[in-house]
Design a protein around this ligand. Sequence first.
Ligand code: BES
Ligand code: MN
Ligand code: MN
Length: 456
Amino acid sequence: MSEVKSYIEQHKDRFIQELFELLRIPSISADPKYKDEVFRTAEAVKESLVKAGADNCRLIPTAGFPVVYGEKMIDPAKPTVLIYGHYDVQPAEPLELWTSGAFEPEIRDGYIYARGSADDKGQVFMHVKAFELMMNTGSLPCNIKFMIEGEEEVGSANLAPFLKENKELLKADVILISDTSMIANDVPSLTVGLRGLSYVEVEVTGPNIDLHSGVYGGAVANPCNILAKMIASMHDENNHITIPGFYDDVVEVSAEERAEMAKAPFSLDEYKKELAVGDVWGETGYSVPERTSIRPTLDVNGIWGGYTGEGAKTVLPSKAYAKISMRLVPNQDPDKITELFKNHFERIAPRSVTVKVTPHHGGLPVVTETNTPEYKAAAMAMKETFGKDPIPQRGGGSIPIVALFGEVLGLKSVLMGFGLDSDAIHSPNEKYGVFNYLKGIETIPYYFKYYTELKK
Ligand code: BES
Ligand code: MN
Ligand code: MN
């Protein structure tokens, strides 16, 4: 057995227990109630780096939650790998749908259940443990830096200035990130693209107060009805988005590339079965994997207004609201898309209502190259531990800061995630396979090995 494997075999129970400690702290960045817990999580991540043998470990303050930094510089002549990840998590609601507590991690059927198990504490902690392994087996082949942030789930707004102010500290040769998924445990893949994001909140106002829906209903516009109609009109019969100019900057993927993508295993039947849907939905002319990677989307994330309490109250509401996300692909620009949305939304609103559009966070799409030592080292590492070449695949999610790593730091990012799409990230019963956790810890040291060799 290799030294890597035997170290993991010997320490795996502790690796799991230590991750549990981290998963017990509810680091929900979106909810001010959890502010202290988010700070406590940053401290815990820092302590784990100290214990693993990192130097200069500290919390670097930002206007929001701190960035956890740590490093091990063994030789200035050797390359430096910068690990990025996030210690904040999404809110756990709806709590009643969790089988075990969202912040009371437990293992069932080989999965670690907890908010943040896959996204991203479990994946961050693989790097901490892989670092510990390399330190304790004397096999760290190059320099390593950690930058673990606490605001990814709320858009990383304070990380952009952080990058600009800390260029020297963050000097490295590549950024290695585990915050994405693979196709399946026996079909390893590397993420070579992320979608961008434009997120807006809309408010539709009808009459100045809630009205009796019998006395006024039929004569006064109902903002809930109007909003539903406006939203429905934003897809045409082919499920194309109808906002003028929305597709103007979309890079169409070539037929060759689409044919290459189609080779990745995908079962429509299993997909439908897993999600309990009678059929899929989406843009005419594109497959499910294409719809979730190379094509932009517009989705309502939440919609409310009027009476939503127990029983029935007859009311014609004054206001209706929705939160809408648009996933973007190269070369769409989030600011431009937000502006197009706003203009369109205002234009299609009937005179019977007034509307307000408030932009939230956004992020640029990215596509990464495969013909680079940075990528090849990841492919070699996965080949080593999975016994198969990984398939390059563009992901549907967003990590807004990745584009800025290129722009501000001039660094390529490698997206070597070990989760699965079925991990239920952001959902109740989020889980992360023990297999995936340990496989990540096993694969990461090989990344360091091969990257150092390829950079020679
Ligand atoms: N780790 C995810 C992104 C992800 C998941 C990428 C799976 C590819 C596959 C990340 O934590 C995330 O959830 N990002 C947010 C964006 C953010 C601005 C809230 C997203 O994609 O919704
Ligand atoms: Mn994440
Ligand atoms: Mn997330």
